[in-house]
Each structure stands twice: as C-alpha cells, then as structure tokens.
Design a protein around this ligand. Structure first.
Ligand code: ZN
Length: 463
C-alpha cells in the first residue's frame, strides 16, 4: 500500500469538538483539508505528528513596517506621552520606507509570526506612495512587496489596501506627513485591482479593503469605497480602526453627534464581513449592537496596552455572543498567546476576579479564548481558516508534549499551559501552512537569510 504524502496521523488533535485521539488528516494539492477522522487506525508508514496538533491562529491586524520601530518609542519625550505623540514618531518612520526595506521587514515579520503560530495575517496596508507623495509607476508597488513577502515566508494573507483621505473629522486636509497614505476611493480601488491582477487570489491569498477610520474617510467616500468593492469583490472583508482612543470618540461625537461604533452601525450595513479593529471604547448599547451585527471586534491587547488605549469590555461582549479575534498590530509582541493572556489579565486587573472570560459552558478560559480567536480571526480573514476540519486550510501547529507547560498534564489542560504559562522556549515546535512544514524544531526554513535582510533594512531606517 502506498501512503499519500498529504497524510498525517496525530495521536492528539484539537478539533472543533475538542481534543480527539488518533486523528488522521488528509489534504489536497491546494493545501485544503479533505479528511479529518478521529479514532482512526494509523495507516502503516503514514507520517506521524511529533506532538499534539492545534489549528494555526489567524492574525487579524498588522501594519508590517511598524515591526522595525518596536521598542524604539519606550522613553518619555514629553510630560504626557500618548498615542498621538507615538504616531508622530511612527510617521517619521513611515516616511523612510522604500519598497526594498518594506519587503525585508515584512519577510522577517512573517517569519516571526509563523514561529509564533500565526499561520495567516490580515495586512492593513496604508503606505502606498513614493516618499514625495506621488504614485509609484506601479501604483501598488509597496503592497506587492508585502504580498510577495508573505508568499516567500509561507504565511497566508488577506491584503487590505487602506483608504486614507482626510486628517480628521469634517474632511480636514491631510497633513504633509500623511502624503504617502492618501487616496480617493477611486484611486484606492484602482490600486487594489491592479495588485489583484498582478497577484491573483489563491488558497493562501485574498483581498478586501480598509477604510482607515471614521476620521480619515467621509460618509460619502466610505460608501463609494464599499460600492466599488462590491462591484468587483462582493462580500470581501472590510476592516476599519474604530474607537481606539477616547479623543477619537469625543471628536466623533462633536462632528456627528454619535459615538464611532454607533455611527458606523447606523450608516453602513455592518455584518459578518466587517472587522472593527480597536473597538476599545464602546458603551453598553454599542456592545450589544456590535455583537448582534456579527462583525468581529479586532483586539490587539499588547499594542493597546503599549499605546495606553484602554480596555475593551470583553466579558459583556462575549456574553452577548460577540465575535473576537486578535492581531499583533504594531508588533511590540508577535505572539497570539500574549494577546489572549493579556486580554484575560486586563479583565482580572480591572474587576479583581479570576477566570473572567470563562463561562458556564466553557470553564477553561484558554480554550474559550482560543476557539473565539480562531473563529473570529477566520471570519475577519474572509478565508476558511481556524479549524481542523474538511474544507478548511491545512494550517496547524505541533506542540511539544514534553514541554514543562504540558508534560504530565491531561489534554484538557494543555491550552491553559500554552496560553498562561510563560516558561522558557515556546511550546510550539512545528508550524504547517497549506499542509507544508515551514517551521521545524522552532526554526523557520528561511530564518537566517530573512533576518540578515531585515537587519540591513533596519540599519538604514535608523541611520
Ligand atoms: Zn492598526
């Protein structure tokens, strides 16, 4: 009997119904799972997973170039450093990006993501133009570098070109340091379609759009963008930064009479295709309405903590059956385990309770949050991700069963060890995307070359 190369036998696998024994996985040449059967006899000669396997995590929010400035804004420059003073520094960094530097930064970032167990990423890409603000000869030059970096590293991608049109509510003129971001809905759609012709969709790549925020688009331009998107890519994902800062909420109230999430729910058909990134500042009415809409709240707890944004009301939102996913955003951390841990710890510190984000039917906090982030991350990605089941992408992580956080424990405690224990090296030792192993023994196949190129790019940016 010949064994198909696209077969794996796992003694333990985390399926949608929980941990199962003796699972046989099969996938096709497009990297999609075709069979996932628990309680299977191991076919003679079939490859065996070296440890328990779990689905790979989708990362729902990334600005790749910001990886290069992680850790460089951790000093006090003025008495009240805040998000807006951080943004000035980030803009100075953005001004120095070139296609070559962005390609190198993104390639290394995606290697880091894969090593951490992110197997797919939604790239919220807003640096579009040359340094003087004019369009590149190939308009999506920078976006294309990012798409190519993802394919080189072996991570799946949902590419979201960003519409940035104004510097504030009331159609304020863009600032000079925003010139690389600025488009009209028409020029942004052109850029997206040009990129899509050059890099067509496949099993590991899809497209959507991102109106940057309510301060950066008008009601008219938001609708023009959505209509244009639906003419070409009906149902494609739409992501937006929504309520990260209290200052932004106050400005929105002053300009429109409504809070950002409330305004968006009233003025757009917000549904499962939407991801509201940093829905941090929502009141009780918005919490219930956002959950009912089926949109994903895109949470980036490590970045939100780093920037001093505030707390998302995760408990009432999850209790209202709201969808969440996690992203690494500014990349101060590239680790979904840290995002989930901080999401729960933020609530514990705030409420002075433990296991806040568990519920009656899901007492294991880590499993509830892991499942929620897989499902929400997949929904935000607009691709069949986040489950070991037929029809889904063959993306999985192999855990080290001998790691001190798992060793000698029952399967029901493994995810708690993975998420909440911070002891030594990561328990994720292998990462597979589209059925292909890209991280083995904790190392990515392209790690050394990717890091050398990244190091070179960063030295120019800081120089
Ligand atoms: Zn962001």
């Amino acid at each position: 009997m010949t064994i198909d190369r696209r077969t794996l036998f796992a003694a333990h696998a985390y399926l949608p119904q929980g941990w199962r024994r003796d699972v046989l996985l099969e996938w096709n040449e497009d990297g999609m799972l075709t069979g996932v059967v628990p309680d299977s006899p191991a076919p003679a000669g079939a490859p065996r997973a070296s440890g328990p396997i779990v689905p790979g995590m989708p990362n729902l929010h990334s600005h790749a170039f910001q990886r290069a400035m992680a850790g460089l804004a951790e000093y006090r420059a003025q008495a009240s450093d805040n998000f807006w003073s951080w943004r000035d520094l980030m803009y100075r960094f953005a001004a120095r990006i070139t296609p070559e530097r962005l390609a190198a930064i993104a390639r290394w970032l995606y290697v880091e993501m894969l090593k951490a167990g992110y197997t797919s990423v939604c790239e919220f890409h807003y640096v579009h133009h040359a340094q003087d603000g004019t369009s590149y000869g190939n308009a999506p030059e920078l976006g294309q570098c990012v798409v190519d970096a993802a394919s080189q590293a072996g991570i799946g991608m949902t590419m979201l070109p960003v519409l940035y049109q104004y510097s504030g509510f009331g159609k304020r003129e863009p600032r000079p340091d925003q010139r690389r971001f600025v488009n009209t809905p028409e020029s942004l759609l052109d850029l997206l379609l040009t990129l899509r012709r050059a890099r067509p969709e496949h099993g590991a790549l899809t497209y959507g759009v991102a109106p940057h925020s309510l301060r950066a688009v008008s009601a008219a331009s938001l609708h023009a963008l959505l209509d244009g998107l639906d003419a070409h890519l009906p149902g494609a994902p739409v992501h937006i930064h929504i309520a990260e800062q209290t200052g932004e909420v106050q400005e929105c109230l002053a300009a429109t009479g409504a809070r950002p999430v409330a305004w968006l729910l009233d003025h757009a058909d917000v549904n499962a295709r939407w991801c509201l990134v940093h829905a941090t500042h929502i009141d009780e009415t918005e919490t219930r309405a956002l959950a009912a809409a089926g949109a994903v709240a895109g949470l980036c707890p490590t970045t939100e903590a780093n920037l001093g944004d505030g707390f998302f009301p995760a408990q009432p939102y999850l209790d209202a059956k709201g969808w969440i996913g996690v992203g690494s955003d500014s990349h101060v951390a590239v680790d979904w385990r840290s995002e989930l841990r901080l999401l729960e710890y933020g609530q514990r510190l705030l409420l002075r309770q433990r296991n806040v984000l568990a519920c009656e039917t899901r007492p294991q906090v880590a499993e509830r949050l892991f499942d929620a982030a897989l499902a929400g991350g997949a929904r935000a990605s607009g691709r069949p991700l986040g489950a070991l089941a037929p029809g889904y992408r063959a993306d999985w992580l192999v855990l080290d069963e001998a790691h001190p956080s798992l060793d000698g424990r029952q399967p029901g405690d493994w995810l708690a060890g993975v998420v909440f224990c911070e002891h030594g090296p990561s328990p994720i030792v292998e990462v597979h995307t589209g059925g292909r192993c890209v991280v083995r023994g904790g190392r990515h196949e392209d790690e050394a070359a990717a890091y050398a190129a990244y190091r070179e790019a960063v030295s120019h940016l800081q120089g």
